[in-house]
Structure formats: structure tokens, C-alpha cells
Design a protein around this ligand. Structure first.
Ligand code: FAD
Ligand code: SIN
Length: 550
């Protein structure tokens, strides 16, 4: 298909200013990076399109994984990550993640994050799918993200050296005559003299823009998750990889077939504390399917639920947390308990209807081990990045950790050496603007064609539908219109890579190719947008062998 690859604005920036590093996004990746960069006195500007706390980070429930227990080890965390990643993790990236993990969590504690603790004072650790040990630190029971976000926002706001623009939508990357990134254009709202389109010039731009849940009709992700970073990077020719590996969380509360937008998540940690999945006949859904039963890796559980729903015609599965008891529900899952009750279910006495829904993008802007994208001056960190840590399926609670650990790597690299500052060249005046009216059509096409179950026919029809989205644009674009243009770029590379990968692996489930094909597909798909077309290469993957549970 032809992809709208031109910039979002034909810029005559109304204003411009400069910094050493611009960070786009204020989740765990963006804010922890800003704090690490400040230690060496660099001028850091964080820009974020909503309020500072908006993003997936504040929604995180289960916790953050690290080998914190004396009996645990980074090596065991590594093995669990590789098994979940279904043969496509980059082992060096995983090694960095698990070895730096414990210190990264301790740095959050030092910042003032109040994790839950046992009576003796040690961190309280729980278990989630795919982990063979209790290694998930949590806060406020199931409000881990809210507490981490609180601590990071407070530290950033108390640091006068970090600039922060809220309501600042990053639109396009600026490049110099060599093609290196030299800043970003923004649309600011509500900032007085700086309102409208302007630019922050900097020789290093870090995309920390989070996920892409809005590509689908139903997702656990917040509204800001429109894949902007992937689209911005693609428009300057950066490599985008592993986009076919979209993680569908198995236990999202079912709210009827027409549920749209952000859906309530029932944390995997609820199963970690003893809840079990049941089929419509009240039988255990995971018994005999995997040695870890209800705590099998997420893709295995999501597939089991989908298979049971197909077999029985039921619209959802059930999660039974009744045996956990009221005290555990109140102490460990106060937020989930309250949300369920608001929606008319008391999980202490009733079963919760659950269904898989979009949750996480394992792929994204391809980076090296220091967060560098394939274009000089451009970096990516957190969910927007594809460091190779997650492979074909992210291990639970490795995402917050990845944001922290790789932010630290990027900071070390930039503190050592900033890329060279040059004048950006005048960008082309070609614009790709799409009306937000196209968004529900795109979401329908992607949910139908590139959701949990995929075939060549379904993916081809999703790609065809993207081609026929209404293109005409009347008047001045709004933020949602710009985001919708980004969604098209993201949806197209996701469907393109999913169509190419003719096997079933991890979270990529091809009904027409139901087997794993190790001979052909132990590789990453790495695509670049060239003159409106995706050009894709195979990138070798260094991952040890693994077990498969299709
Ligand atoms: P985010 O926290 O999503 O932040 C992205 C930021 O970028 C936001 O500030 C956004 O406004 C900004 N932004 C985006 N586009 C632009 C733009 N164009 N211009 C300016 N700003 C922009 N992971 C775990 O490890 N453990 C968990 O327990 C866990 N639970 C989860 C529960 C839920 C409900 C969800 C949705 C996710 C969960 N995850 C969990 C995943 C994890 O929360 C995210 O992957 C992680 O927080 C991503 O952090 P981030 O900093 O990369 O992005
Ligand atoms: C959850 O709590 O189930 C989500 C954890 C994660 O996405 O890592």
C-alpha cells in the first residue's frame, strides 16, 4: 500500500528555541531519562502532548520485575524472559535488562517510590505469567504505575534544570543536510506566546511516546497511545521492527461486544495470588495446557481463551477470584476491586467476565543497546522502542523495567558525547493530514484484520481498508487529526509485517500458518518507509533455543 509519508505540517514555525536533548513523552521512560541526563548538566526539554502524568505508566497494575529476592538471580529472570519471547529476544539486550534491573528498581526507591513491603521491611514480591519466581515489586497493591509516576513527576517538577511543556504535541522530526535529526516541531496549546506550531532544536531527540493501542477498537491503553513516535521516526526513514508482535492481554474485563476505547484490565497478578480462569462450563481453562497453568506466558493464555471461546461460542471466559477472600482483594487489588464494583461485579463473590484485548507493542523504533535508532541523533526509549528485549511476546512486568534500564543507557551515552549540532534544513512543504473521521474506520479494519487471530486474507483486507480511508481534509487540523495520520502509518507497518510473517509465534497468531517455522522465521522484520512504501529486510536474531506452546 502507499503510506502517507510526508510531514504533518508545512512548517513556518512561529517560534523556536534550543536544548541539548529533547525528550518526547513523560512516562517512566521519558521522565527517568530526564532525571539521569540532568546529573551531567545537559539542557533537557521534555515535551508531552497531554498533562505530565498522562500515558500508560500511571495505569500499570501488576508491578515491575527484577531479581530482588536473595534466592532469585538475573540469570533466572533472563531464562524466563527468553522463554516468553518465543525465540526472538536479543540476548544481549535481555542480559542488560536483568542485570541492571535490581539497581534500577532501587533507584526508584531512592527517588521516593513507596513500594509495598512485608512486615519485616523487605519489598513484597508477587508472581505473574511466565515467571518461575516471585519477582514483581508493586505499590499501593495494584497501583504501581500511579505511585511510580507520582515519584517521577515530583522529582522532575522539583528540578529547575528540566524544561517541561505540557499540551505540546510533537509533530515531526527536523533533520540536517546529512540526514541527522536536529530537533522536533511541536504544536503547543495554552502556553501564551508559544502557542501554535514551533520547534525545539537539539542534536539529540529521544522518542519516549509509549504504545499504539488506539490502532485497535478496544485496548487497555489510554487515549494518548497513538503510536506517534513510530510514525515520526518512520517519516524520517528510521527502521521499524517487530510490529507484528502486538500483545493481547488475556484478562481484560468483558463489557459487551460493542465495547470501545480503553478497557479495564484485571492484572495478571490476580492470578498470581490464586485466581483461576474458567470456561463456560466452570472447568479450569488452563489445566493441562501448559506446565505453569494459569500463570503460563500471556500469549499462551490468550490463545487458550480464544480457543475455548471458539469451541463453546461463548463471548468471553471467566476469572474466578472468589477464593482469594475479601481481605486479600482489599489489600492487594483495591483499584481493580473498586472498578469491578463500579461496573456491577463484586469479584469477591462473583466471576469476572474476561476476554483478550490489545495491551502492548513489543516492536517499535529499532534501536541498538544504547537506545540509538538507525538515524543519527534519534533515540527511542520505553514502549515505543524495539530494543529486542521482548522478542515475540513480552514477559509480564518487564516493560516498566525496560523503560528505566534503557533510559539509563541512553543517558550514559549522551552524557559521554552529544551528537553534533547543525542547522536543520528547510523541510518539504508536502503535508499528510487525515481527518479524525477516519479513525473509527481504521480501528475497525485493524481489529477485524490484524487482531488476535490473523490470516493473509484478513491482513490484506485491513491493508486495503487503510487505502480507502477518507483523505480530504477541510480546514485547520486538530491534534486528533494529526494523531490519526500517525495511526495510519503505524497500522500499515503492523499489518505489512504481520502479513509477511507466515508462521505463528508468540503473540503473532496466523490461522493460515498455525505452526512455528524456525527455519525461516528466527529473524526480526525490519522496515523502512521509502517514497510511501515499506521496504523490509530480515535481521538475524541471536536468541538461544526455546520451547514452543502454540
Ligand atoms: P507512556 O507511559 O505511555 O508515556 C508516553 C508519553 O508520551 C505520554 O506522556 C504521552 O502523552 C506522550 N506522547 C505520546 N505521543 C506524543 C507526541 N506526539 N507528542 C508529545 N508527547 C507524546 N508494564 C509493566 O511493566 N508492569 C505492569 O504492571 C503494567 N501494567 C500495565 C497496565 C495497563 C493498564 C497498561 C495500559 C500497561 C501496563 N504495562 C505494564 C505496560 C507499561 O505501563 C507501559 O509499557 C509503560 O508504562 C510505557 O512507558 P513509556 O514511558 O514508554 O510510555
Ligand atoms: C498486569 O498487571 O497484568 C499487566 C502487567 C504488564 O503488562 O506487564
Amino acid at each position: 500500500m502507499t503510506v502517507p509519508g510526508d510531514r504533518l505540517t508545512a512548517p513556518q514555525p512561529g517560534w523556536s528555541e534550543s536544548a541539548d536533548v529533547v525528550i518526547v513523552g513523560s512516562g517512566i521512560a521519558g521522565l527517568s531519562l530526564a532525571l539521569s541526563l540532568r546529573s551531567s548538566g545537559l539542557r533537557v526539554q521534555v515535551v508531552t502532548k497531554g498533562r505530565v502524568e498522562e500515558g500508560a505508566t500511571q495505569w500499570a497494575q501488576g508491578g515491575i520485575a527484577a531479581a530482588l529476592d536473595d534466592e532469585d538471580s538475573p540469570e533466572e529472570h533472563l531464562q524466563d524472559t527468553l522463554v516468553a519471547g518465543a525465540g526472538l529476544c536479543d540476548i544481549e539486550a535481555v542480559r542488560i535488562l536483568v542485570e541492571r534491573g535490581p539497581a534500577a528498581v532501587r533507584s526508584l526507591v531512592a527517588l521516593g517510590t513507596r513500594f509495598d513491603r512485608e512486615v519485616g521491611g523487605e519489598l513484597s514480591l508477587t508472581r505473574e505469567g511466565g515467571h518461575l519466581r516471585d519477582r514483581i515489586a508493586h505499590a499501593g497493591g495494584d497501583a504501581t504505575g500511579r505511585e511510580i509516576s507520582r515519584a517521577l513527576v515530583s522529582a522532575v517538577q522539583n528540578d529547575e534544570g528540566i524544561g517541561l511543556y505540557e499540551q505540546a504535541l510533537a509533530l515531526d522530526l527536523l533533520t540536517d543536510s546529512t540526514g541527522a535529526v536536529q530537533g522536533v516541531t511541536l504544536h503547543l496549546m495554552g502556553q501564551g506566546q508559544h502557542d501554535g506550531v514551533g520547534a525545539v532544536l537539539a542534536p539529540a531527540v529521544v522518542l519516549a511516546t509509549g504504545g499504539l493501542g488506539q490502532v485497535f477498537e478496544a485496548s487497555t491503553n489510554p487515549l494518548v497511545a497513538t503510536g506517534d513516535g513510530v510514525a515520526m521516526a518512520a517519516r524520517v526513514g528510521a527502521a521499524i521492527a517487530d510490529m507484528e508482535f502486538v500483545q493481547f492481554h488475556p484478562t481484560v474485563m468483558w463489557q459487551g461486544p460493542t465495547a470501545r476505547g480503553q478497557q479495564p484490565l484485571i492484572s495478571e497478578a490476580v492470578r498470581g495470588e490464586g485466581a483461576v480462569l474458567l470456561d463456560p462450563a466452570g472447568q479450569s481453562l488452563m489445566a493441562g495446557r501448559h506446565p505453569l497453568g494459569d500463570l503460563a506466558p500471556r500469549d499462551v493464555v490468550a490463545k487458550a481463551i480464544m480457543k475455548s471461546m471458539r469451541l463453546t461460542g461463548a463471548p468471553h471466559a471467566w476469572l474466578d477470584g472468589r477464593k482469594m477472600g475479601s481481605a486479600t482483594w482489599k489489600r492487594r487489588f483495591p483499584t481493580i476491586l473498586q472498578r469491578c464494583q463500579e461496573l456491577g461485579i463484586d469479584p469477591r463473590e462473583q466471576l469476572i467476565p474476561v476476554v483478550p484485548a490489545q495491551h502492548y507493542a513489543s516492536g517499535g523504533v529499532r534501536t541498538d543497546l544504547d537506545g540509538r535508532a538507525s538515524i543519527p541523533g534519534l533515540f527511542a526509549c520505553g514502549e515505543v522502542a524495539c530494543t529486542g528485549v521482548h522478542g515475540a511476546n513480552r514477559l509480564a512486568s518487564n516493560s516498566l523495567l525496560e523503560g528505566l534500564v534503557f533510559a539509563e543507557r541512553i543517558a550514559l551515552s549522551l552524557n559521554r558525547e552529544l551528537p553534533r549540532r547543525r542547522e536543520p534544513v528547510e523541510p518539504s512543504t508536502q503535508q499528510s493530514v487525515v481527518s479524525n473521521a477516519a479513525r473509527p474506520l481504521l480501528q475497525r479494519a485493524m481489529s477485524d484484520g490484524a487482531g488476535v487471530l490473523r490470516t493473509a486474507a484478513s491482513l490484506e483486507s485491513a491493508l486495503a481498508a487503510l487505502q480507502t480511508l477518507p483523505a480530504d481534509f477541510p480546514g485547520q487540523p486538530s491534534s486528533s487529526d494529526w494523531e490519526t495520520a500517525n495511526l495510519i502509518v503505524v497500522a500499515s507497518v503492523l499489518a505489512h509485517q504481520a502479513l509477511m510473517r507466515t508462521e505463528t509465534r508468540g503473540s503473532h497468531w496466523r490461522e493460515d500458518y498455525p505452526e512455528v517455522d524456525d527455519e525461516q522465521w528466527r529473524i526480526h522484520l525490519r522496515s523502512r518507509l521509502v517514497s510511501g512504501e515499506w521496504q523490509t529486510q530480515h535481521e538475524p536474531c541471536e536468541s538461544p533455543r526455546w520451547e514452543t506452546w502454540v
